[in-house]
Write a protein of this length. Sequence first.
Length: 278
Amino acid sequence: MNRPYRPARVLASALAAGSLLAAGACSDADGASDTVSASPAAERSPDAVADPGRAPSPSATPALTRAGAKAALITAADLEDDWTQANDAASWRDKLLLGKVDIAAFLKGKAAAADCQRLLHSLYSDSLLGRAPGASALTGFTDPRARLLYQVGDYGEASVKKSLDWLRSLPRKCGQFTATGSDGGKRTVQVVSAPLPTVGDDRAGVTVTVKGTADGQPITLTTDVAALRVVASGATVINGGLSGADRRSTEAAVRAGAQRLKDVLAGKTPAPHPSEFD
């Protein structure tokens, strides 16, 4: 699906107005934007802790290691169109996503409103699947009209399943609602289901559209939001901008991400080019 073209200066104007805020972040020595974290427990086998001299037994649910999380990240070669890896993805924040949901407008009451509030917060804070207690890594890509954030982590199978169920429920629970920004401005938010390629052990996707204003001018932020599970690990794709969300790139990221994560958990090295595992 082709995205309506909007000159890059429109996005630049919104950035200057504060609707999209990005700050610098630390990068690897080679300029990559990968950010990796892990708890010490994620790097060790329970068997090794109990008896250092005994070889660890095979695990039915392989844990994602620090190195594995980084290896599981997608690359620009995995995406459609002209994407470039960014150096500041860890600090990307979209101010249009900041807002307090109007609870009074929900016929289903506070519970549904809380789910919609959680959606806005998780998109703003890059915590769609929560915070990974084990290893995690993220990277981001830009083109002239959009940004794509990819994150992978060891969240635990039960936790990822619960998060995917929650994401699938949002079109029904939220649909369309209003949020009020810190400046008092009203944002109209719409959440609809978005089908994903049948990859990984499970997956869920939605498209989120936020309409508001920047510098007195109406703007619309459209974002594809996708999450997938492979065993106990999960990955998320957040892709969009003021000119819309490119579904081809979202689907390409989901396909490549699921295969890379599957390979890493199987002890394999992910193929360097998409054509080798498509």
